[in-house]
Ligand binder design. Structure first.
Ligand code: KIV
Ligand code: ZN
Length: 522
């Protein structure tokens, strides 16, 4: 069986991060970029540098780390965008400029107000300029799937002639269906001169739930690059999910006769990382990485599984990085057992991080009998996102009584040992503690979203709280974990308050995110 390679182009940090509520800090983006390189993706689209100074800085920081994969930045067809991408990505040994312009009649008439010829001219000029700066240039005709086929072929031919080395065909609004997309790719293969000399790519959105199916139809018809995101995060219903499309190619290799370079055992840790950072929870029944993806409840299935796993399992959990044992640790577990477990879960901690995580594990094991894998993951993630101050939670006391306002009394300790207290009443214990924290710190926030999830099972399971807030037109997200969900909420809120205060102190540039008014959108 001859097996060809399909490149995996990850756009979690660009198209994924563009989704409401998914914006990430620079530090979080660096963590995700490192995880993507451990997953062995071929290309990381790190952002859209012209969108805001924060976006530029984060693409540059990722490129300068030289993690290994090609680092790519997105640009509209104008010199400023293209120069900004080049300046941001050039620090990476392997870099790419990705230019795009919309081509469908709907976009031409209503968005761009440009004639067909003007669009071709703009695409050609942009690709030529990008090629003068960099050997690796990708061109995307936005809304390709709703563009007249003959015109699409003309645009693609012109981009190839101008020097594009990859041509990406986006189903921007998730409108196409597999049979139709198959015809589109075969049409381009037949009618575009030079198409066999470049890499043909596919980029699907999930509005009708067909992003993965459409991407697979495209590769069956000749595409050799798939653009996708971890957990399928992205605009509206999201993008093609990386873990699903990769495992479909692997599991049905005899059908597709294609392969990727992905280390599939890193899929689950990458999924957990992105979910924890963005606060976008993975549904239990999500293919590949959902909690139930490898759970067998029905007796007849369990019986079959005991006879032979292949009766009801087409993939092995360990192939995607899920451990079968889900070993439980407790307060008598030692440092070695803890570190082994951390390593098996796919985390690579240095000495300092490992010691800090072990201390947190010990504290947790005192409060809860069984410590599960998901608890350990939560410890590591929250250690990473724990903000360094200025305020730390010293104590929190909350009184509630049915039918009456709750009362919270919070005490904080500052970096120099100073103390601050706040007391407040609110509709419930969470509202009262958030108000008390605002009083203690003098920071007023507007709460936009509050989510709480249990990290494991049992009565003493930990609650993981994610809050999304606004302050001075900027958006922030914070996380907190505790066996007490009110405390978890307070920790998440305090994390955000600390970030606001640090930003005010350093007068740093605004973080990228939907709340950043200076951020351009596509
Ligand atoms: O969905 C889309 O069309 C895009 C392009 C910019 C590639 O994200
Ligand atoms: Zn897109």
């Amino acid at each position: 069986m001859s097996v060809e390679r399909v490149r995996i182009f990850d756009t979690t940090l660009r198209d994924g991060e563009q989704a409401p509520g998914c914006s990430m800090t620079l530090r979080e983006k660096l963590r995700v970029a490192k995880a993507l390189s451990e997953l062995n993706v071929d290309i990381i689209e790190a952002g859209f540098p012209a969108a805001s100074p924060g976006d530029f800085e984060s693409v540059k920081a990722i490129a300068d780390e030289n993690f290994g994969p090609v680092i790519c930045g997105l640009a509209r067809c104008n010199p400023n965008d293209i120069e900004k991408v080049y300046a941001a990505v050039k620090g990476s040994e392997h870099h790419r400029i990705h230019v795009f312009v919309a081509t469908s009649a709907i976009h031409r008439e209503h968005k761009l107000k440009m004639a067909k010829e003007e669009i071709i001219k703009s695409a050609v000029g942009a690709v030529r300029m990008a090629r003068d700066l960099c050997n690796d240039v990708e061109f995307s005709p936005e809304d390709a799937s709703r563009t007249e086929l003959s015109y699409l072929a003309e645009v693609v031919a012109a981009a190839i002639e101008a020097g594009a080395t990859t041509v990406n065909i986006p189903d921007t609004v998730g409108y196409t269906v597999p049979g139709e997309f198959d015809r589109l790719f075969r049409y381009l293969k037949q009618h575009v001169p030079g198409i066999d000399d470049i890499t043909l790519s596919v980029h699907c959105h999930n509005d009708l739930g067909m992003a993965v199916a459409n991407s697979l139809a495209a590769v069956a018809a000749g595409a050799r690059q798939i653009e996708c995101t971890i957990n399928g995060i992205g605009e509206r219903a999201g993008n093609c999910s990386l873990e699903e499309v990769v495992m479909a190619l692997k599991t049905r290799a005899e059908f597709f006769e294609l392969d990727t370079a992905i280390d599939t055992t890193r899929l689950y840790p990458s999924s957990r990382l992105v979910s924890s950072i963005t606060g976008m929870h993975v549904p239990r029944n999500k293919a590949i990485v959902g909690e139930n993806a490898f759970a067998h409840e029905a007796g007849i299935h369990q019986h079959g599984m005991l006879q032979h796993a292949s009766t009801y399992e087409i993939m092995r959990p360990e192939d995607v990085g899920i451990s079968r044992s889900n070993l439980v640790l407790g307060k008598h577990s030692g440092r070695h057992a803890f570190r082994d477990r951390v390593r098996e879960l796919g985390f690579d901690l240095d000495e300092f991080e490992a010691n800090r995580a072990f201390q947190e594990f010990k504290k947790l094991a005192d409060r809860k009998k069984d410590v599960y894998d998901s608890d350990i993951e939560a410890i590591i993630m929250s250690a990473d996102s724990t903000s360094p101050g200025p305020w730390a939670l010293a104590s929190l006391q909350v009184n509630t009584r049915t039918g009456e306002d709750a009362e919270a009394d919070v005490s904080l300790q500052g970096e120099g040992g100073e103390e601050s207290r706040g007391t407040a009443q609110g509709d419930g214990p969470i509202a009262a503690s958030f108000l008390a924290l605002e009083k203690a710190t003098g920071v007023d926030l507007v709460l936009r979203n509050f989510e709480v999830h249990s990290t494991s099972i049992g009565e003493d399971a930990q609650g993981e709280v994610t809050v999304a807030v606004e302050h001075d037109g900027a958006s922030y997200r914070g996380h907190g974990t505790s066996v007490d969900i009110v405390e978890a909420g307070a920790r998440a809120y305090l994390e955000v308050i600390n970030r606001v205060l640090r930003r005010a102190q350093s007068n740093a540039a605004p973080r990228s995110g939907p709340g950043d008014a200076s951020r351009a959108t596509i």
